[in-house]
Design a protein around this ligand. Structure first.
Ligand SMILES: Cc1ncc(COP(=O)(O)O)c(C=O)c1O
Length: 386
């Protein structure tokens, strides 16, 4: 069977407190019943609690009834349905771009876009903490990867100056809201540097879509820097509550991607119900434009309770609030203790976060009322401090 090499790797991960399991939860959502006990889920990325929103579910169901389960083929064969084009037109409008292109997931949007923007003869400048999907995409591209210190525009400037005169295209990549630290990139400064140095800029708005900006359009549009941002990437899997990814870009970049993005071409088009749900989420963003600011106010309140108790939340300024524990096993033990007390708050360990920075990653969502936030904050504070 030739699989004797596997067990030692698993044993080593376990010894380092890095064993990973996909635990089964009986339900999806912000409040889950487990063995008759109501548990508050602070690890959900369904930030606006739209997973069971009647309108979102209706739009998914309508698409399912109309088109059936699958799209039948790749987008370039018979997989492009009117509903895909409807969603792309809507996303382009919401994001303030000429065009948009939908991918099977956010991971695929990054993996399918970055290798088209940059190749073997080019340079990619990546913030030190960008998501694994962007790093994998950089590796796929074959471009030379230059890392710059997290959220440090001066460090990026130095890197760009060091590479002045280097032939080839230059691409800067960052997130707007960082997935594990919940802090926000200095996007205006980065955009100015991109323009000054003739570099493309791609911003991953996975955690800013729906949660920041008018109608949840994200930070790129909110800051009015669309002209300097070549690609604004987002997912339908977080505040949009479903699944899938997309980018917003110019018409001609979209056309180039349609003809050459491997993660777009060599896979089946996303299923109609998922696209319907995304349209439903965009309808809700438009009909309830204050959802994002209510979410951020709740996150501010939650952070203030932690700060009052003397806990550090790094530079978090969003619905993602980290509490760094450091030791892997300790982080898991605290998470388990909270789980026993009815709070799901996953421990995030390396390699998802840098070594030595295992943490509780708290996701604030609109599934929780203020008294639930207060109860959770008290339990989290006690679990971390004891
Ligand atoms: C910053 C960031 N980019 C991309 C992704 C990938 O998105 P998806 O879950 O839709 O594949 C994630 C989610 O894990 C993320 O946090």
């Amino acid at each position: 069977m030739q699989n004797e090499w596997i067990q030692p790797i698993l044993d080593e991960a376990k010894a380092k407190g890095l064993e990973r399991t996909a635990r089964v939860y009986p339900e999806a959502g912000g409040v889950i019943k487990i063995d008759g006990q109501e548990v508050l889920n602070f690890s959900s990325n369904d930030y606006l609690d739209l997973g069971r929103h009647p309108h979102v579910v209706d739009r998914a169901r309508e698409a399912l009834d109309h088109y059936g389960i699958g799209a039948t083929a790749s987008r370039l064969v018979t997989g492009t349905l009117p509903i895909h084009e409807e969603l792309e037109a809507r996303l382009a409008r919401e994001k303030g771009y000429e065009s948009a292109l939908v991918f099977g997931s956010g991971y695929m949007a990054n993996a399918g876009t970055i290798p088209v923007l940059a190749g073997r003869d080019d340079l990619i400048f990546a913030d030190k903490l960008v998501h694994a999907s962007m790093i994998d995409a950089c590796k796929l591209s074959g471009a030379k990867l230059v890392r710059w210190a997290h959220n440090d525009a001066r460090a990026l400037q130095t890197r760009l100056e060091q590479s002045a005169g280097t032939p080839g295209r230059k691409l800067i990549i960052t997130e707007s809201v960082f997935s594990m630290d919940g802090d926000i990139a200095p996007l205006k400064e980065i955009a100015a540097l991109a323009e000054k140095h003739g570099a493309m800029l791609m911003v991953d708005e996975a955690h800013a879509t729906g949660t920041f900006g008018k109608n949840g359009s994200g930070l790129v549009r909110e800051l009015g820097i669309e002209n300097a941002v070549t690609v604004s990437m987002g997912t339908m899997s977080k505040a949009m509550a479903g699944y899938g990814g997309f980018i917003a870009c110019s018409n001609n970049l979209r056309q180039l991607l349609v003809g050459s993005s491997r993660a777009f071409i060599y896979t089946t088009a996303p299923p109609p119900a998922v696209i319907g749900a995304a349209l439903g989420a965009l309808d809700v963003f438009e009909a309830s434009p204050r959802l994002g600011s209510i979410l951020q106010a709740n996150a501010d309140y939650f952070r203030s309770m932690l700060h009052e108790a003397g806990l550090d939340t790094l530079q978090s300024q969003s619905q993602i609030i980290p509490i760094v524990i450091g030791d892997n096993e300790k982080a898991v033990a605290i998470s388990q203790k909270l789980r026993d007390q009815g709070i799901i708050c996953a421990a995030i360990r390396p390699p998802t976060v840098p070594p030595g920075s295992a943490r509780l990653r708290i996701s604030i969502t609109l599934a929780h009322l203020v008294d639930e936030l207060e109860r959770a904050a008290k339990l989290i504070i006690a679990a971390v401090k004891n």
